[in-house]
Write a protein that binds this ligand. Structure first.
Ligand code: PAF
Length: 286
C-alpha cells in the first residue's frame, strides 16, 4: 500500500491504475479506523480492482465548539489496518493541500432537502462541509464506486443526492453499521467515553430496537414512542439531542402509512455526542 500526501501524487497513482484498466473503489474517512471502516475497505476490495482510501480530518465540517482539535489522529495504526483490509493507495493530505486558498473563500456544495433537520439542524454547516470535501475528493480520485457506512444515515443520503444532482458517474454503496457485542455502534467518538459512560452507551441502540418493535407490532403514535424512548435515554444518563421517525428513502417525516422507516437518534453522554439509527421495512400492507 502506497501512502501519498499531495494531489499530484494521488492523481498520478490513480491514472496509472486506470491505464492498467482497473476499476477504482474509494473509501473516504477521517481516520482513527475501527472495524466499521475496515469493513468498508474490504467491501471496496471485493467490488473494485484498486482501492483508494483517504484520511482527512476536514475542518470545514466541524462547528466552532466541536472536537476538531481533539479528534484522534492515529495514522500508523490506520495504515496497518488499511493494508490488511486490502487498500492499495492511501491519500493523507494536510489542510493546506485540500484548501490551498484557505476555507473562507472556498466554493461550497450545499445539498438541499436531505441536509435539513436532524444533524443538519444540530450541527449547522456540517453537511455543507461534508458535501464540499466529498465532492473535492470525488473529483480528485474519480472512483467508479465509493463506500460509506449506514451509521451516518443522513450523510449517506446527502452524498447519494449530491452524486445524483451533480451527475457524477459514481456508484454509492451503503454498508451496514458494525456494532460491538452489546449493540453500541462502532464510532471513533466511542473512544471519548469513560468506563461508566461506555457501560451505559448501549441503551441508545436498545431504545431504537424497542421503538422499532413497537412500530412492527402496529403502534403508530410516533410522538408517544419518542417521548418514552427519550425518557429511557435520560434514565440511562443521556441528554437527548433528537429522536425522529422518518421515511427511509426520502428522509421526510414518517406518516402512519409509510412502510420503509428509519429511526434516527443523536444524544449526548457527558460531552460526547453519539448518533445511531435503525432502518426497517414493514413490508406490504395486508
Ligand atoms: O464520515 C466521515 O468520516 C466523513 O464525514 C467523510 C465522509 C470522510 C467526509 O469528511
Amino acid at each position: 500500500m502506497n501512502t501519498v500526501k499531495t494531489v499530484r501524487e494521488l492523481r498520478a497513482a490513480v491514472a496509472q491504475a486506470r491505464a492498467e484498466g482497473k476499476q477504482i473503489g474509494f473509501v473516504p474517512t477521517m481516520g482513527n479506523l475501527h472495524a466499521g471502516h475496515t469493513a468498508l475497505v474490504e467491501k471496496a476490495a471485493q467490488r473494485a480492482d484498486f482501492v483508494v482510501a483517504s484520511i482527512f480530518v476536514n475542518p470545514l465540517q466541524f462547528g466552532p465548539n466541536e472536537d476538531l482539535d481533539s479528534y484522534p489522529r492515529t495514522l500508523a495504526a490506520d495504515q496497518e489496518k488499511l493494508f490488511e483490509a486490502g487498500c492499495n493507495l492511501l491519500f493523507t493530505p494536510d489542510v493546506e493541500e485540500m484548501y490551498p486558498h484557505g476555507m473562507a473563500g472556498q466554493t461550497r456544495v450545499s445539498v438541499a432537502g436531505v441536509s435539513e433537520g436532524l444533524c443538519g439542524a444540530s450541527r449547522p454547516g456540517h453537511f455543507e462541509g461534508v458535501a464540499t470535501v466529498v465532492t473535492k475528493l470525488f473529483n480528485l480520485v474519480q472512483p467508479d464506486l465509493a463506500i460509506f457506512g449506514q451509521k451516518d444515515f443522513q450523510q449517506l443520503a446527502v452524498i447519494r443526492t449530491l452524486v445524483h444532482d451533480l451527475n457524477m458517474p459514481i456508484q454509492i454503496i451503503g454498508e451496514p453499521t458494525v456494532r460491538a457485542d452489546d449493540g453500541l455502534a462502532l464510532s471513533s467518538r466511542n473512544g471519548y467515553l469513560n468506563a461508566e459512560q461506555r457501560a451505559a452507551a448501549p441503551a441508545l441502540y436498545r431504545s431504537l430496537v424497542q421503538m422499532a418493535d413497537a412500530i412492527r407490532r402496529g403502534e403508530r403514535d410516533f410522538p408517544a414512542l419518542i417521548a418514552a424512548a427519550q425518557a429511557q435515554q435520560l434514565a440511562a444518563g443521556f441528554r437527548p439531542d433528537y429522536l425522529e421517525v422518518r421515511e427511509s428513502n426520502s428522509l421526510r417525516p414518517a406518516t402512519k402509512d409509510d412502510r420503509q422507516l428509519v429511526i434516527l437518534v443523536a444524544a449526548f453522554i457527558g460531552s460526547t455526542r453519539l448518533i445511531d439509527n435503525l432502518a426497517f421495512d414493514l413490508g406490504s400492507p395486508l
